[in-house]
Write a protein that binds this ligand. Structure first.
Ligand SMILES: [Zn+2]
Length: 282
């Protein structure tokens, strides 16, 4: 079974066919079952049960979709930045509402930071019920951006390659990762990043699962690979350390054993899903 990382899943019916009909969207916003997402400053409000908080519709600028047939909207959130202030809230966010949380945060953050046409610099208007912006001066239409990131395991002779970035909590190790560059395939990016960060060559690159990561607009693409050798040349500008761990060491970390050699990534990170998947495949 492929893993289903946190933030993954259908969330709600995005009802994209309705977006192009402004009259229909206005009707939905005025209906008695419509609700608007509540925000707590820069982030969607989360209740004590881990669910998103809703209120009567006041500013239906962004049509998020239909939840059990009921329309869900969000107001614009000018100045909210890149969403990273929401990171500490993740342990309190329920998995059921996580996909909608990700969509609303990424979408509102994109509008807050993309008010002008990237082609000509003129102001742009919201169209498609919030799912794109059209320039007021030239024909350009701009869509909410998605930034692909590869995050990958490399295995050699039963051991796994993990890295520790400088800003990680104490003892944390995780999968290596990096942005996919223009003109590059997922496989090319996995091989390049592992060579840049650890100095290894890999083969048998396989896709495992993906995860939206709305801080502000990443799509994490989880992969596995097989290293052709275990000699490392670590790039210390990106990582404090990169090293191999045995299967027992990874299992101890995932089980949160007191004497485990490192602390595994938290359950909402796709890196954790990749470790679980690798252990289960043994
Ligand atoms: Zn323009």
């Amino acid at each position: 079974m492929p893993p289903e990382p946190f933030f993954s899943g259908p969330g709600l019916d995005r009802a994209d066919l309705l977006r192009a009909d402004p009259g229909r969207v206005r009707e939905l916003a005025a209906s008695s079952s419509a609700k608007e997402l509540a925000w707590d400053g820069d982030v969607p409000a989360i209740g004590p049960d881990g669910a998103l908080v809703w209120r009567p519709v006041g500013d239906p600028a962004l049509f998020l979709g239909l939840e059990a047939g009921e329309p869900r909207f969000s107001a614009l959130r000018p100045g909210i930045g890149d969403g990273r202030s929401a990171l500490p809230l993740l342990p309190g966010l329920g998995a059921k509402d996580a996909p909608l949380f990700a969509a609303a945060l990424s979408l509102a953050s994109w509008h807050a930071r993309h008010g002008f046409c990237a082609s000509c610099g003129a102001p742009s208007d919201i169209v498609r019920a919030g799912w794109s912006r059209r320039c007021t001066a030239c024909p350009a239409e701009h869509f909410p951006r998605v930034d692909p990131v590869v995050i990958m395991l490399a295995e050699h002779d039963g051991r796994l390659l993990l890295g520790r970035q400088y800003h990680y909590p104490e003892r944390r190790y995780s999968a290596l990762a990096g942005f996919v560059e223009v003109g590059e395939s997922i496989e090319d990016a996995v091989a390049r990043e592992l060579h840049e960060e650890a100095g290894i060559e890999v083969a048998d690159i396989c896709y495992v699962a993906s995860q939206p990561w709305p801080f502000p607009s990443s799509l994490m693409i989880g992969c596995t690979s097989r290293a052709l050798g275990d000699a490392l040349t670590v790039d210390y500008t990106e990582n404090e350390q990169v090293r191999w761990f045995t299967r027992d060491e990874v299992a101890a970390a995932v089980a949160d054993d007191a004497d485990s050699p490192f602390q595994a990534p938290p359950s909402h990170a796709i890196a954790r899903a990749l470790l679980d998947h690798w252990l289960a495949a043994a």
